[in-house]
Design a binder for this molecule. Structure first.
Ligand SMILES: *Cc1c(COP(=O)(O)O)cnc(C)c1O
Length: 464
């Protein structure tokens, strides 16, 4: 009978004494190293027991090296910076908008120290955490009051719960939207405790449809901006101003979910039909809801602006506490909003607006400069500058087309998907766009300061 192969598996202590793992115990943690050693030894026992024939075991030093590599790989944060070379400016998978330097600085300052989150530093009295940001939102949108929560889904849920739980909200069938990331308005409405009262049809809804649906149970009228789709052809929808008139005559609040939260007129960038919060307030909406990290270019949050009475009801609703934001979000949002006091400054300093307004000529120059550098990398067969089309956003964001320039890359000895994967898992991570047999590195969403990192990332990919 052959000797029991399990006996040859080293002990935990033996491995812990090996140089690579001894170093990691000091650098990372005893518990992390011991638990990884145990996991790997268990795996090895299983392999030995289920192996059809005798298995040769690695030496203690090889095994220690393998365990050390696994521990070090686990130390790389799963959430880490990435270069967005997809061309999609507001990519939900890549965290939507990066922040302006001013927002990062303010956020870092309040993160490092204690901060006046709920303390008025003048009087020493307790104050509300939203004071700074509320003033800016009122100033920029013209609304009476404002509130910030975790995201626009949260703002919508809270608004419906506070204004309409147990009663009906009238919405056009053409606006019962689903957006990327599992947001469906009918489901949000149901979770809020309000009842959805659908009116009109998918392509046509008239003012009379809303009027006929109003009854004892009606609590609000709601208008939703179709962020990620358009209905074309035989269509009709009701304008906000008309709905406001109806709401006023029936003493019903009008809630307007504008989605992307443009703070400036995007038609100047060639994007028609994106409502700004100010326009919506001026047209008489009682409550306007939008995201902080779409066209506004700030941190993830949901913003509600509007009449004091309705915002007040939202603030005192028990769900408000569950959706509230912390000091990091509040400071980043306040700093971003401050930039909008001077639209030129916003355009220069908010990365989203800066990227969006970068001239095609600038992108072409950079693509033509980077292409030969990328072509010289060992894993690259061909790299050339090409003019292309990209989109502002995807599933949850307006999908307007944008002209752009890319470096189109063909790899040596590996598939395009392999090259894309190698770049994604590199450091820094680079996410490109696979198009047939080439990988497009789209400069529309690459910050100019990242150009050299982009080249270095391609250079570090090993040849297939
Ligand atoms: C994006 C969007 C939402 C959801 O916003 P989040 O901030 O992602 O929760 C809701 N409504 C509309 C119209 C949107 O465009």
């Amino acid at each position: 009978m052959s000797p029991n192969p399990l006996r040859n598996i080293p002990s935990v202590n033996e491995l812990l004494e090996s140089p690579p793992l001894r170093g990691l115990v000091d650098r990372i943690s005893h518990n992390v190293v011991v638990s990884t050693v145990r996991t790997v030894l268990d795996e090895m026992r299983n392999e030995v027991q289920t192996a059809a024939s005798e298995k040769t075991l690695p030496s203690v030093s090889d095994l220690a090296e393998r365990i050390a590599q696994r521990i070090v790989a686990g130390e790389v944060p799963a959430l880490r910076p990435a270069i967005n070379a997809t061309g999609i400016l507001l990519h939900t998978g890549l965290g939507r908008s990066p922040l302006a330097e001013a927002a990062i600085e303010e956020m870092a300052a309040v993160a490092r120290d204690y901060a006046s989150v709920e303390l008025d530093l003048g009087s020493g009295q307790r104050s509300q955490r939203k004071v700074a940001v509320e003033g800016l939102l009122r100033e920029l949108t013209g609304a009476e009051a404002a509130m910030v929560v975790n995201n626009n889904a949260g703002a919508t849920m809270l608004a419906l719960a506070a204004l309409a739980a147990g009663r009906e909200v009238i919405v056009s069938r053409g606006q019962l939207i689903e957006i990327g990331g599992s947001y469906r308005l009918p489901e949000v409405m149901a979770a809020s405790g309000a009842t959805l009262r659908e009116v009109g049809t998918t392509n046509k809804t008239r003012l009379g449809d809303y009027r006929h649906a109003i009854g004892e149970q009606t609590a609000a009228l709601m208008l939703v901006h179709p962020s990620n789709f358009v209905v074309v052809g035989f269509t009709a929808s009701v304008r906000l101003a008309e709905l406001v008139e109806l709401g006023r005559s029936q003493k019903l609040p009008v809630v307007h979910d504008i989605g992307s939260g443009a703070m400036v007129d995007f038609s100047q960038f060639g994007f028609e039909g994106e409502p700004t919060a100010r326009e919506s307030i001026e047209a008489g909406a009682d409550l306007v809801l939008f995201s902080g990290d779409k066209l506004l270019g700030g941190p993830q949050c949901g913003i509600a602006v509007g009449r004091k009475a309705w915002i007040g009801q939202m603030e005192t609703h028990p769900m408000a506490r569950a959706l509230r934001v912390g000091k990091l979000t509040l400071s980043a949002l306040a700093a971003t909003l401050r930039l909008y006091r001077k639209p030129e400054m916003a355009r220069r300093e908010i990365p989203l607006l800066h990227l969006l307004t970068t001239s095609l000529e600038n992108l072409q120059n950079r693509a033509e400069r980077l292409a030969p550098q990328i072509a010289a990398a060992k894993a690259v067969a061909v790299a050339e500058a090409v003019q292309e089309t990209t989109y502002l956003g995807g599933g949850s964001i307006p999908a307007q087309r944008l002209a752009t320039w890319c470096v189109a890359v063909k790899p040596v000895g590996m598939s395009v998907d392999r090259l894309a994967a190698a770049l994604r898992s590199g450091s820094p991570s680079v996410v490109g766009r696979v198009q047939q047999d080439r990988l497009l590195l789209d400069l529309r969403s690459v910050l100019p300061r990242q150009d050299t990192q982009l080249v270095a990332a391609v250079e570090s990919v090993e040849r297939g």
